[in-house]
Design a binder for this molecule. Structure first.
Ligand code: IVH
Length: 671
């Protein structure tokens, strides 16, 4: 290869790798596997070795990787957060073992740990209290995400027992359990939001949220795997793991002390099979020399320790042929492309379909008719197409273009600025949107109507009985017509009509959720119902009044205003009211614990270490106090936690309203 050819390849690989690093760290949306990334990095390193003159200080081979996001305070790491070298087969591990033997002799042990697939986090403790949590960032400095990390229940805010140093750092991996991932991602799809591709992206997307109350709603967990102290307290890594467990840290129980590289290989083989039993994703095994003195002797390269390495499992991948791309229209009108595949066995299940997410993903894959594609399954339930096998592409095959019109009603699709999904705007006339909305309404989490299922909704719609939710409540007037329908027995009609009748008793919060307003999930509906007490107050609320409510942000407020701004929606609500549905929150009888706060009003804002906002609200109300919706001269106290919005603070200060902490509130109660 000539130097000019080498330069061209080096430039190309560097640019590609930088883009992938950006996709991974900043967008949290990687488009290639770690394996492919490492192969490209190796290729670049090999070229740079062959042509040392072409080595650039800015080359991806010279960096740990990572970018820092803008919105958080940047903190320099006391000890750099390095990465690990990767191995992919037994031979590479045996080579690692040989390098170690050469440097420190034969008398040493390894600790094998699972390699959790999340994002690394550095926690600082002072006098037993969590004072700082920082992301890895570029390895030298990261983002201060302390308020977000405080919402993770398994990270101790105060340590147990004693024996911990006054000041230390501990590092670990923040991740999301697969069950929580599936549940929350489904909620995103139901609310018309873009789902995350895997639990890792969900976890890193969550840690980077600006609003820690939103973080608190997404359950994260954290395994700790590295103690950093000024003076060494323990002789070995293994001892330190046992000790930090006693201080209250979540340490993974699967770690194993291994005496030989064969023990290490056995551990790797065992977990290659068992990894699918875990409630979280791992992407490999980390192998560490146990003794701290020996670790020191081995030292570091510029990027990683010489005393540790990772063994990466290959995500199971298979090749299969694309049969067609079809499109699904959700109840919010969002159009999702789906790849229909020739059935193939992957990680124990037969795969027939893979999600294509949106138009951007279609563009990335540039699918052609009959393409052979590589399908991979990670933690996510629905497999993903990783890439196309271009060698097998028929040169005459036509490219598959994203549709321009709704597959169900032929209306031209629209895309809102900044959104990845295309929408069908015909919400009144597009069948899957109409039936989807009704199916959501009757669903278990909403009105939970017995005797009525998704298929019956489809049939009733096709026969022209229902177009709106309110039509369900006049079905009883058409009982005779219903009886004429095929496969519709008298008994099932009675059951259905009884179920519909009973739904009139469902509480306001369920009705509100059932309406299927964009971004109004179950919890938000509950909050709104509790706060505004009835639909009229909610419909009359201004943007400012809406965002003054706990956990209601701009996006939700805009969605509500837009929804209630439409005449057709107001008419529908009137019809539902006339049918006898609940649009008023039932007041619960509260017995007061005391009248300490009688005549006093409060607003609670921010996040608190010891209480949730709901707990504080209950404490105030049970002692006779009132919670107000927005800051005004009438307000007596603002109870402020961490991360409170600056505008609220400013307003309270302007009006000279006392700002108190949760501790001060409790002190008032005790006095
Ligand atoms: S030890 C010098 N142990 O893997 C780096 N890392 O590829 C010491 N990771 O940045 C890291 N599980 O985010 C270590 N049991 C484990 C791990 C682990 C996952 C992550 C971590 C690290 C990355 C390195």
């Amino acid at each position: 290869m000539s130097p000019s050819e080498a330069k061209q390849q080096i430039d190309q690989l560097s640019a590609e790798l930088k883009q992938h690093t950006y996709n991974y760290y900043v967008l949290a949306m990687p488009t290639i596997t770690d394996f492919e990334f490492d192969k490209k990095l190796e290729q670049l390193a090999a070229l740079e070795k062959q042509f040392p003159d072409l080595l650039d200080a800015d080359s991806p081979t010279q960096k740990v990787g990572g970018f820092i996001t803008k919105e958080f305070t940047t903190v320099k790491h006391r000890w750099p957060m390095l990465s690990l070298g990767n191995t992919y087969n037994a031979q590479e591990l045996l080579d690692f073992d040989q390098r170690i033997r050469k440097a420190i002799g034969d008398n040493f042990e390894y600790v094998c740990e699972l390699k959790f697939d999340g994002l690394s986090m550095s926690l600082t403790y002072e006098q037993g209290k969590l004072v700082k949590a920082v992301t890895r960032g570029d390895g030298t400095q990261g983002d201060d995400v302390t308020t977000n990390v405080r919402t993770i229940h398994t990270i101790p805010k105060r340590l147990h027992g004693d024996g911990y140093p006054d000041e230390f750092e501990i590092r670990g991996e923040v991740f999301m359990h697969l069950k929580a991932f599936d549940r929350l991602n489904q909620e995103r799809v139901d609310n018309g939001e873009q789902p995350y591709a895997n639990p890792r992206n969900f976890a890193s997307g969550t840690i980077k949220l600006q609003d820690s109350s939103e973080v608190a709603k997404r359950p994260l967990d954290c395994f700790l795997y590295g103690l950093y102290t000024e003076k060494t307290l323990f002789k070995t890594h293994w001892e330190s793991l046992q000790a930090v467990k006693d201080w209250g840290f979540h340490v993974n129980d699967e770690s194993r002390l291994c005496h030989t590289i064969d023990d290490v290989l056995a551990f790797i083989t065992e977990w290659d099979k068992r990894r699918f039993e875990l409630s979280y994703d791992i992407d490999g095994i980390v192998i560490k020399v146990n003794n701290y003195g020996q670790q020191q002797e081995l030292g570091f390269t510029a990027k990683s320790p010489r005393w540790a390495i990772s063994y990466k499992y290959k995500a199971e991948q298979v090749q299969t042929q694309l049969q067609a791309v079809t499109y699904q229209v959700g109840r919010t009108g969002a159009v999702t492309p789906v790849a229909n595949l020739k059935p193939v066995l992957l990680a124990g299940t037969t795969v027939k379909r893979a999600t294509l997410h949106n138009a951007n993903e279609m563009l990335r894959l540039d699918l052609h008719q009959g393409d052979w594609v590589y399908v991979e399954k990670g933690g996510e339930i629905i497999p993903k197409i990783i890439s196309v096998n271009l060698e097998k592409r028929d040169p005459s095959a036509a490219a598959i273009e994203y549709i321009t019109h709704c597959p169900a009603c032929q209306t031209q699709l629209k895309r809102q600025e900044g959104e990845a999904a295309f929408y069908c705007p015909n919400d009144e006339g597009c069948p899957p949107q109409i039936t989807g909305k009704m199916q959501h309404y009757i669903g278990r989490k909403a009105m939970n109507i017995d005797g009525l299922g998704d298929e019956t909704i489809d049939t009733l719609y096709q026969k022209g009985f229902i177009r709106h939710i309110s039509d369900l409540y006049v079905l009883k007037d058409h009982e005779d017509d219903l009886k004429q329908m095929d496969r519709f027995g008298e008994k099932s009609i009675t059951n259905m009509l009884d179920g519909i009748e009973r739904s009139k008793q469902m509480p306001f919060e369920k009705v509100l959720f059932g309406l299927g307003i964009r971004f109004i999930g179950e919890t938000v509906a509950k909050k709104l119902a509790a706060y505004f007490k009835n639909i009229d107050n909610l419909m009359a609320a201004s943007f400012e009044e809406l965002i003054a409510v706990d956990e209601i942000g701009d996006r939700i407020a805009h969605s509500l205003i837009e929804y209630f701004g439409e005449e057709k929606h107001r008419e529908e609500i009137e019809k539902l009211k006339a049918s006898g549905l609940q649009f008023v929150t039932e007041e619960k009888e509260v017995t007061l614990a005391s009248d300490t706060f009688a005549g006093k009003s409060f607003i609670i804002s921010g996040v608190f270490e010891k209480f949730s906002r709901d707990e504080l609200k209950d404490i105030i109300e049970q002692n006779g106090g009132k919670i107000l919706s927005s800051i005004s001269a009438k307000l007596n106290y603002l109870v402020a936690g961490d991360n409170m919005g600056p505008s609220k603070l400013e307003k309270a200060q302007k009006l000279n309203i006392p700002i108190i902490s949760d501790d001060e509130l409790m002190a008032m109660l005790e006095s």
